[in-house]
Design a protein around this ligand. Structure first.
Ligand code: SAM
Length: 246
Protein backbone atom coordinates (compact mmCIF):
# COMPACT_ATOMS: atom_id res chain seq x y z
CA UNK A 1 0.00 0.00 0.00
CA UNK A 2 1.20 3.49 -0.80
CA UNK A 3 1.22 6.22 1.86
CA UNK A 4 2.16 9.81 1.02
CA UNK A 5 2.52 12.18 3.95
CA UNK A 6 2.48 15.94 3.44
CA UNK A 7 4.17 17.75 6.30
CA UNK A 8 6.26 20.74 7.30
CA UNK A 9 8.40 18.45 9.48
CA UNK A 10 9.45 15.34 7.52
CA UNK A 11 12.28 14.72 9.99
CA UNK A 12 9.76 13.69 12.67
CA UNK A 13 8.92 10.42 10.89
CA UNK A 14 12.33 8.77 10.67
CA UNK A 15 12.44 7.07 14.09
CA UNK A 16 8.87 5.86 14.70
CA UNK A 17 8.28 4.48 11.22
CA UNK A 18 11.69 2.90 10.64
CA UNK A 19 11.60 0.55 13.66
CA UNK A 20 9.89 -2.76 14.39
CA UNK A 21 6.90 -4.08 12.41
CA UNK A 22 6.20 -1.01 10.26
CA UNK A 23 9.92 -0.49 9.59
CA UNK A 24 10.22 -4.10 8.40
CA UNK A 25 7.09 -3.76 6.26
CA UNK A 26 8.67 -0.74 4.57
CA UNK A 27 11.94 -2.63 4.06
CA UNK A 28 10.03 -5.56 2.55
CA UNK A 29 8.09 -3.30 0.18
CA UNK A 30 4.70 -4.07 1.74
CA UNK A 31 4.38 -0.40 2.63
CA UNK A 32 5.60 2.33 0.27
CA UNK A 33 5.91 5.48 2.41
CA UNK A 34 6.87 8.84 0.94
CA UNK A 35 7.29 12.16 2.73
CA UNK A 36 6.67 15.49 1.02
CA UNK A 37 7.75 18.81 2.49
CA UNK A 38 4.91 21.30 2.05
CA UNK A 39 7.44 24.15 2.29
CA UNK A 40 8.94 23.04 -1.04
CA UNK A 41 5.68 24.22 -2.64
CA UNK A 42 5.76 27.75 -1.20
CA UNK A 43 6.11 30.25 -4.02
CA UNK A 44 7.72 33.33 -2.44
CA UNK A 45 11.38 33.78 -1.66
CA UNK A 46 10.79 33.39 2.10
CA UNK A 47 9.02 30.06 1.45
CA UNK A 48 6.04 31.25 3.48
CA UNK A 49 3.48 28.58 4.38
CA UNK A 50 1.34 30.42 6.95
CA UNK A 51 -0.43 33.72 7.38
CA UNK A 52 -2.67 35.55 9.88
CA UNK A 53 -6.33 34.49 10.00
CA UNK A 54 -8.95 36.65 8.28
CA UNK A 55 -11.25 38.04 10.96
CA UNK A 56 -8.48 38.18 13.54
CA UNK A 57 -7.73 35.80 16.37
CA UNK A 58 -4.74 33.99 17.78
CA UNK A 59 -2.06 32.19 15.81
CA UNK A 60 -1.46 31.55 12.13
CA UNK A 61 -3.22 29.51 9.46
CA UNK A 62 -1.61 27.28 6.82
CA UNK A 63 -1.94 28.97 3.46
CA UNK A 64 -4.01 27.37 0.72
CA UNK A 65 -1.64 27.81 -2.28
CA UNK A 66 1.39 25.71 -1.13
CA UNK A 67 -0.84 22.96 0.24
CA UNK A 68 -2.99 22.90 -2.89
CA UNK A 69 0.10 22.71 -5.13
CA UNK A 70 1.65 19.95 -3.00
CA UNK A 71 -1.54 17.84 -2.95
CA UNK A 72 -2.04 18.24 -6.73
CA UNK A 73 1.56 17.19 -7.42
CA UNK A 74 1.32 14.09 -5.23
CA UNK A 75 -2.16 13.22 -6.56
CA UNK A 76 -0.89 13.23 -10.13
CA UNK A 77 1.10 10.06 -9.30
CA UNK A 78 -1.66 8.60 -7.11
CA UNK A 79 -4.86 8.55 -9.15
CA UNK A 80 -6.62 6.19 -6.72
CA UNK A 81 -5.63 8.00 -3.54
CA UNK A 82 -7.95 8.87 -0.68
CA UNK A 83 -6.83 12.21 0.77
CA UNK A 84 -7.07 12.58 4.55
CA UNK A 85 -6.57 15.72 6.61
CA UNK A 86 -5.56 15.21 10.24
CA UNK A 87 -7.81 17.42 12.33
CA UNK A 88 -9.41 17.47 15.81
CA UNK A 89 -12.65 18.28 13.95
CA UNK A 90 -12.48 15.07 11.93
CA UNK A 91 -14.36 11.79 12.26
CA UNK A 92 -12.91 9.65 15.07
CA UNK A 93 -10.15 7.31 13.93
CA UNK A 94 -11.35 3.87 15.03
CA UNK A 95 -10.32 0.30 14.32
CA UNK A 96 -13.27 0.12 11.93
CA UNK A 97 -11.99 3.13 9.96
CA UNK A 98 -8.44 1.70 10.05
CA UNK A 99 -9.61 -1.54 8.46
CA UNK A 100 -11.69 0.35 5.90
CA UNK A 101 -8.61 2.44 4.94
CA UNK A 102 -6.45 -0.71 4.79
CA UNK A 103 -8.59 -1.80 1.83
CA UNK A 104 -7.60 1.26 -0.24
CA UNK A 105 -4.55 1.19 -2.52
CA UNK A 106 -3.22 4.69 -1.81
CA UNK A 107 -3.56 7.14 1.08
CA UNK A 108 -2.40 10.75 1.14
CA UNK A 109 -2.28 12.20 4.67
CA UNK A 110 -2.03 15.96 5.17
CA UNK A 111 -0.54 17.14 8.46
CA UNK A 112 -1.84 20.46 9.74
CA UNK A 113 0.17 22.88 11.91
CA UNK A 114 -0.40 26.23 13.62
CA UNK A 115 -4.12 26.98 14.14
CA UNK A 116 -4.97 24.66 11.28
CA UNK A 117 -5.43 24.76 7.53
CA UNK A 118 -7.24 27.27 5.29
CA UNK A 119 -10.74 25.79 4.86
CA UNK A 120 -10.44 25.92 1.06
CA UNK A 121 -7.88 23.09 1.23
CA UNK A 122 -10.62 20.91 2.69
CA UNK A 123 -13.21 22.15 0.20
CA UNK A 124 -10.97 21.51 -2.80
CA UNK A 125 -8.82 18.50 -1.95
CA UNK A 126 -9.80 16.52 1.14
CA UNK A 127 -11.91 13.36 1.10
CA UNK A 128 -12.09 12.96 4.87
CA UNK A 129 -10.91 14.79 7.99
CA UNK A 130 -9.73 12.36 10.67
CA UNK A 131 -9.20 12.92 14.40
CA UNK A 132 -7.17 10.57 16.58
CA UNK A 133 -8.94 11.69 19.76
CA UNK A 134 -10.62 14.47 21.67
CA UNK A 135 -7.49 16.46 22.42
CA UNK A 136 -5.38 18.97 20.52
CA UNK A 137 -1.87 18.16 19.30
CA UNK A 138 0.65 20.74 18.10
CA UNK A 139 0.54 19.23 14.62
CA UNK A 140 -0.80 16.39 12.52
CA UNK A 141 2.46 14.44 12.28
CA UNK A 142 1.83 12.22 15.31
CA UNK A 143 -1.73 11.64 14.08
CA UNK A 144 -0.40 10.63 10.65
CA UNK A 145 2.03 8.18 12.28
CA UNK A 146 -0.83 6.70 14.31
CA UNK A 147 -2.85 6.22 11.11
CA UNK A 148 0.07 4.63 9.21
CA UNK A 149 0.78 2.29 12.13
CA UNK A 150 -2.82 1.19 12.70
CA UNK A 151 -3.62 0.81 8.98
CA UNK A 152 -0.22 -0.63 8.06
CA UNK A 153 -0.38 -3.51 10.56
CA UNK A 154 -3.67 -4.67 8.99
CA UNK A 155 -2.13 -5.13 5.53
CA UNK A 156 -1.58 -8.72 4.40
CA UNK A 157 1.82 -10.07 5.46
CA UNK A 158 2.74 -7.17 7.77
CA UNK A 159 2.07 -8.99 11.07
CA UNK A 160 3.85 -12.31 11.51
CA UNK A 161 0.48 -13.97 12.04
CA UNK A 162 -2.45 -12.32 10.26
CA UNK A 163 -4.98 -13.83 12.72
CA UNK A 164 -3.64 -11.71 15.57
CA UNK A 165 -5.26 -8.64 13.99
CA UNK A 166 -8.65 -10.35 14.22
CA UNK A 167 -8.34 -11.46 17.85
CA UNK A 168 -7.66 -8.21 19.65
CA UNK A 169 -9.33 -5.14 21.10
CA UNK A 170 -11.98 -3.53 18.84
CA UNK A 171 -11.69 -6.16 16.09
CA UNK A 172 -15.02 -7.65 17.27
CA UNK A 173 -16.17 -4.38 18.85
CA UNK A 174 -15.01 -5.36 22.37
CA UNK A 175 -11.82 -5.03 24.44
CA UNK A 176 -9.32 -7.87 24.63
CA UNK A 177 -9.10 -10.34 27.53
CA UNK A 178 -6.04 -10.18 29.86
CA UNK A 179 -2.85 -11.88 28.63
CA UNK A 180 -0.12 -13.63 30.64
CA UNK A 181 3.18 -15.35 29.93
CA UNK A 182 5.80 -17.13 32.07
CA UNK A 183 6.45 -17.22 35.02
CA UNK A 184 3.18 -18.63 36.47
CA UNK A 185 3.65 -16.59 39.66
CA UNK A 186 5.28 -13.20 40.22
CA UNK A 187 5.35 -11.27 43.51
CA UNK A 188 2.31 -13.19 44.78
CA UNK A 189 0.29 -12.64 41.58
CA UNK A 190 -0.63 -15.90 39.87
CA UNK A 191 -1.71 -16.62 36.32
CA UNK A 192 -5.40 -17.74 36.37
CA UNK A 193 -5.35 -21.53 36.69
CA UNK A 194 -7.63 -22.07 33.72
CA UNK A 195 -4.92 -20.75 31.38
CA UNK A 196 -2.53 -23.47 32.59
CA UNK A 197 -5.13 -26.24 32.18
CA UNK A 198 -4.64 -26.92 28.47
CA UNK A 199 -8.45 -27.11 28.09
CA UNK A 200 -8.91 -24.95 25.01
CA UNK A 201 -12.69 -24.84 25.17
CA UNK A 202 -12.72 -23.63 28.79
CA UNK A 203 -9.92 -21.16 28.02
CA UNK A 204 -11.97 -19.72 25.14
CA UNK A 205 -15.02 -19.40 27.44
CA UNK A 206 -12.92 -17.69 30.15
CA UNK A 207 -11.48 -15.26 27.61
CA UNK A 208 -14.92 -14.41 26.25
CA UNK A 209 -16.20 -13.71 29.80
CA UNK A 210 -13.16 -11.53 30.53
CA UNK A 211 -13.66 -9.64 27.27
CA UNK A 212 -17.24 -8.81 28.29
CA UNK A 213 -16.33 -7.90 31.89
CA UNK A 214 -13.39 -5.67 30.83
CA UNK A 215 -15.49 -3.91 28.19
CA UNK A 216 -18.41 -3.39 30.59
CA UNK A 217 -16.10 -1.79 33.16
CA UNK A 218 -13.88 0.36 30.92
CA UNK A 219 -15.98 1.08 27.81
CA UNK A 220 -19.63 0.22 28.46
CA UNK A 221 -20.79 2.20 25.40
CA UNK A 222 -19.10 -0.40 23.15
CA UNK A 223 -21.59 -3.01 24.39
CA UNK A 224 -24.54 -1.21 22.79
CA UNK A 225 -23.53 -2.48 19.36
CA UNK A 226 -21.93 -5.78 20.39
CA UNK A 227 -23.47 -9.12 19.47
CA UNK A 228 -24.02 -10.68 22.92
CA UNK A 229 -26.15 -13.63 24.04
CA UNK A 230 -28.74 -13.11 26.80
CA UNK A 231 -26.34 -14.59 29.40
CA UNK A 232 -23.49 -12.40 28.16
CA UNK A 233 -25.63 -9.29 28.40
CA UNK A 234 -26.53 -10.19 31.98
CA UNK A 235 -22.83 -10.65 32.77
CA UNK A 236 -22.12 -7.23 31.26
CA UNK A 237 -24.87 -5.59 33.32
CA UNK A 238 -23.64 -7.23 36.55
CA UNK A 239 -20.08 -6.06 35.79
CA UNK A 240 -21.24 -2.49 35.18
CA UNK A 241 -23.28 -2.48 38.42
CA UNK A 242 -20.28 -3.81 40.37
CA UNK A 243 -17.91 -1.25 38.88
CA UNK A 244 -20.39 1.56 39.72
CA UNK A 245 -20.52 0.38 43.38
CA UNK A 246 -16.70 0.31 43.70
N1 SAM B 1 -7.19 25.23 15.99
C1 SAM B 1 -7.43 23.85 15.79
C2 SAM B 1 -8.72 23.46 16.50
O1 SAM B 1 -9.04 24.06 17.51
O2 SAM B 1 -9.38 22.49 16.06
C3 SAM B 1 -6.27 23.00 16.32
C4 SAM B 1 -5.04 23.10 15.47
S1 SAM B 1 -3.75 22.06 16.03
C5 SAM B 1 -2.88 23.10 17.13
C6 SAM B 1 -2.68 21.94 14.65
C7 SAM B 1 -2.86 20.71 13.80
O3 SAM B 1 -2.61 19.55 14.56
C8 SAM B 1 -4.23 20.48 13.21
O4 SAM B 1 -4.45 21.24 12.05
C9 SAM B 1 -4.21 19.00 12.92
O5 SAM B 1 -3.59 18.73 11.70
C10 SAM B 1 -3.34 18.47 14.04
N2 SAM B 1 -4.13 17.88 15.16
C11 SAM B 1 -4.28 18.40 16.39
N3 SAM B 1 -5.04 17.61 17.16
C12 SAM B 1 -5.38 16.55 16.40
C13 SAM B 1 -6.18 15.40 16.63
N4 SAM B 1 -6.77 15.18 17.80
N5 SAM B 1 -6.31 14.51 15.62
C14 SAM B 1 -5.73 14.73 14.43
N6 SAM B 1 -4.97 15.81 14.14
C15 SAM B 1 -4.80 16.71 15.11
Amino acid sequence: MKFDILTLFPGMFAGPLSESIIGRAIDRGLIDLRLHNIRDYAFDRHRTVDDAPYGGGAGMVMKVEPLYACIQKVRADRPDATVLLTSPRGVPFTQCLASNLAGRPELIIVCGRYEGVDERVTELCIDQEVSIGDFVLTGGELAAMVIVDAVGRLLPGVLGCDESAYDESFAQGLLEYPQYTRPPEFKGHSVPEILLSGNHQEIAQWRRRQTIIRTAIARPELLDRAALSKDERELAEQSMELSNVQ
